[in-house]
Design a protein around this ligand. Structure first.
Ligand code: DP6
Length: 323
């Protein structure tokens, strides 16, 4: 067997969210989305094809996955095999690097790293656009994690036209995201299931319209490095996304009491004149969008409610690399 290929990809947080599929099989989204890749949270994945194997052998954070937990990864590997015209199985070892039990280890960094490592190990020589298209088949948000900095995923209308593109890979202004890691005691509803259920909302079509309308203003605000425009577009977009969960049949929410508490604290700071905004994904954690020189004041205000181990400051991070 060959030497293993190791790839590293960082997670990303959407400023305009992907929340709904136009095609579940190809993972085509209902709208474009824009994200920031983070420096702090990443996955490394090693892939080695081996003629001795009768099935993919998958180890996640040091633990061998039971066969039923391997389904999504195996299906993804089948795509790679098909494309590379091979029937070999692989050793796959993946580790998530996140401070504490942040719940921020996402399928985005996971499938971006797997796409990179598996494609190269299979002898495919893919462009970054092609890697982005491939990563998309594992998890939608992984489409964007191939690139660093600010990234736009073009929804497209078929496999070929749905890919991400960097807007600014070398971000030269001090935008920050503070992750507020709140307690995760509630039962999780995965994003795949949650977004499908949200498509039952009577507001779902309006959400798609709003998200598409947010793209160009956000691009302009990012170009102008205007934190207040970036933050307010992202915050409003997140609230519109979460409105589709509350209005779904049956209704649900990702927020818990701590999520609301964090939102209120950020609102307080804003009325005091600080430039900070929040965004939330398919879980109770809150990410605060702000500038570096206001991070300490924001942390001071959050600390009575959240411990130091619950507060993680992230910067823009890089795209896919090979180790
Ligand atoms: C709320 O990429 O996890 O984070 O494509 O079904 O794997 P699948 O979903 P996933 O959804 C991410 C949703 C989100 C918003 C975003 O990242 O744009």
């Amino acid at each position: 067997s060959q030497t293993p290929v190791i790839a590293k990809a960082h997670t990303n947080i959407a400023l305009v969210k992907y929340w709904g599929k136009a095609d579940e099989h190809l993972i085509l989204p209902t709208n474009d989305s824009i994200s920031m890749t983070l420096d702090h949270f990443y996955t490394t994945t090693s892939v080695q094809f081996d003629a001795q194997l009768a099935a993919d052998d998958i180890i996640l954070d040091g633990i061998k996955l039971p066969t039923d937990g391997q389904q999504r990864i195996r299906q993804f590997m089948d795509l790679v095999r098909q494309r590379a015209h091979t029937d070999l199985f692989a050793h796959i070892e993946t580790s998530n690097h996140v401070p504490t039990t942040a719940g921020l280890a996402s399928s985005a960094s996971g499938f971006a790293a797997l796409a990179g490592a598996a494609a190269k190990a299979a002898g495919l020589n893919l462009t970054r656009r092609e890697l982005s298209q491939l990563a998309r088949r594992g998890s939608g948000s992984a489409t964007r994690s191939i690139f660093g900095g600010f990234v736009q995923w073009h929804a497209g209308h078929d496999d070929e036209s749905s890919f991400a593109e960097p807007l600014d890979e070398k971000v030269d202004w001090p935008i920050r995201m503070i992750a507020i890691v709140v307690s995760q005691d509630e039962k999780k509803i995965g994003s795949r299931h949650g977004m499908k259920q949200s498509q039952t909302s009577p507001f779902f079509n309006d959400w798609v319209k709003q998200a598409n309308a947010d793209i160009d203003p956000l691009r302009t605000a990012l170009l102008k490095k205007d934190i207040n425009r970036v933050g307010s577009i992202a915050e409003h977009n997140a609230m519109c996304m979460h409105a589709t969960t509350l209005s779904a049949t049956p209704p649900f929410t990702y927020f818990n009491g701590d999520t609301i508490k964090a939102m209120q604290l950020i609102n307080d700071l804003r009325s005091l004149g600080l430039n900070c905004y929040y965004t939330m994904d398919a879980g109770p954690n809150v990410k605060v969008i702000c500038l570096a020189d206001e991070v300490d004041a924001i942390l001071d205000h959050l600390r009575p409610a959240f411990g130091n181990d619950q507060l993680v400051v992230a910067k823009p991070g890089p795209g896919l690399t090979y180790l």
